[in-house]
Design a protein around this ligand. Sequence first.
Ligand code: AHR
Length: 571
Amino acid sequence: MDLTLAHRPQSTVCSPKGQVDILPATRVFVRRCFLTLLLPHQRASLPMRSLLIGLTLIVMAIAVPRTAAQKVELSLDASKPGAKIDRNLFGQFAEHLGHGIYDGIWVGSDSTIPNTRGIRNDVVAALKAIHVPNIRWPGGCFADGYHWRDGIGPQRGVRLNPDWGGVIEPNTVGTHEFMDFIEQIGSEAYVSVNLGSGSPQEAADWLEYMTAAQATTLEKERAANGHPAPYKVARLGLGNESWDCGGNMTAEYYLDRMKSFSHFVRNYNPAQMEKDQMLKIAVGPGGGEQRWTDWTETVMKAYQQHTWSWDINGLSLHSYTVVKWPPAFKSVGFGEDEYAQILKTTLDMDDLIKKHSAIMDKYDPQKKVALVVDEWGSWYAPLPGSNPGFLVQQNSMRDAVLAALNLNIFTRHADRVRGANIAQMINVLQAMILTDHEKMALTPTYYVYKMYVPFQDSTVVPVAFDAGSYKHGDFTLPRVDAMAAKSKDGKLWVEITDVDPHQAAEVELAVTGINAKSASGETLTAPQVDSVNTFEVPNTVVPKPISAKAQGGKLLLQLEPKSVTVVSIEP
Ligand code: AHR
C-alpha cells in the first residue's frame, strides 16, 4: 500500500465546480480501503475494518488540502482592443533621500564597486532589464528646496537635507550625473522643478541650461561642463505636493504660481519641438477627501479656461498604501492579518482614480490632461536600526502582489492614467533594488516590473472574470485579479494574480479572436506572504517558468497561492 504523501501540496487539485480532488496516491489508498471494506470477497475482520476506516478518514483529512485549488474562468476576445497602456505607467522615482541616490546609484569613480563614471554597474544592468521609461528626480519634497546650480560644475554646493534626516547633501549627483545615469539605463528624465522656494526664473534657467542648442551663455556653460548636446527632458513636474511640503499653498495660490512656471519654464531642445514634446505635470491631489477633490476642481477648471500662455499636460496624484500615519506596519515579519489589510487598502487606488478622473472628465472630456500617479507604493515602519528619515523598508511577496494589483488598476484606467512612478527606485520605500556597499538584492517588486515589460506600450484587451473572494477576518478581497493586452509585436499577454495566500487557482482561459494553442511565461510566488530577498539569500522570491495546456478550446493554468503570473499566448 502506497502511503507516500510527500507530494501532497503540489498534487492537490480541484475538480470542476469547486469539488476537492485528492492526490493520486491518496485516491488509490482510499479506493483500496473502500474495496476492502465493501466488496464481499474482500471482507476484513472487525478490528481490521475499524483500523481501515480510521486510517481512511485520517488520510482524507490530511489530503483535503489547505491549498485546494479553486476554479477561475476568464475570457477575452483578442480582436477587441482597448486603450493603449503608456509605458510611462512603469516609471520610477529617485529622490535625494537616504540611500536612494548615494550608495544606491552613485558610488563615485574611485570606488572599488564596479562603476561607470561613478554610477554602479550592477544597478544599471538590473534597471536596463526592466526598461525603465522615466525617472522622476530630484524629489519629492527635496525638489522644492533644490537649487540646480548646487549640482553643476567643479564646485558643488554642500547643503543640508532638512526633509530627510537633516544629513549633508553634497550635491555630487547633479544634472550631469543624473542625465548620465538616465542615458546608461536607457530611460528618460522627469525633472521636478522647485516651485516652492525657487522662482520661475531659476527653473527657466535650468531648463535652458539643460535643453538649449543655440550658443547662449547657459548652453556654453553646459558644454564647458562636459555636455555640448542638449539633454532631453521628457516630463517636467511643476512643483511637488505644493499643498504640503512643497509650500503649504492653497489651490488658488498654487495655480497662480504654476501658470507662471508653465509659461516661463521652456524646453529649447530642437528634437522636442514637434514630436516628443515635454509634458508639463501640475501638482494634483494627495487623497480622496474633500480638500483633494477641491484641489482637482480648481486646477482642472482653470485648465478648461486656459489661454495660449500657459498649459499643462498632466495632473499628478500621490497615494501611498500606508493604512494610517505614521506608517506602522512591518515590512517583514508579519502575518496574514497584515497581508490582507494592506492589500485591501491598496485597492482603494481604483476609487481614488475614478473620483479624480470624473472631475477631470468634467473639464477635459477629451482626456488631454493625463492623470499621473507619480508617487505610489507601500509605506511601512522604518526597519529597526535604520535612520527613520531614510524610509528604509524590506520588500516582500506582499509587495509583489500589491504592485501587480496597482499596475492592473492603472491599465484599467489607461485612457486617463498615462504615467505612474512607484516610490522609490532604490533603498527607499517600495524599492526595486536594495544595496549595501558592494551588495545588491533585487526585490519581489523588481520581478513584477520585469514580468510586466511586455505590457509597456501594449494595447489593453478587456478580460472578463469572476474574481471570487478571499476572506480573512474582517477583510474581503477579490481572490484573483487579471489583465490582458496585445504587445507592440502583436503577441497576446495575460496577467493573473492569485491574491489568496492559501488557495491555488485552476485557471480556465477562453480566448477568442485568435486561435490560442498554448501559453507560457513566468510566475512569482514565495513560501510565505512576508518572504523577502536578502543580500545573503537573494533568490527566495524569483520568477519561475509556467506553462498552460490547451483543452477543449481553453487554456488551463495552475496558479499557486499568493502569486503573480504573466503568460504570452501562442497561436
Ligand atoms: O516619497 C517620499 C515623500 O513622500 C516625497 O518626498 C513626498 O513627495 C511624499 O510626501
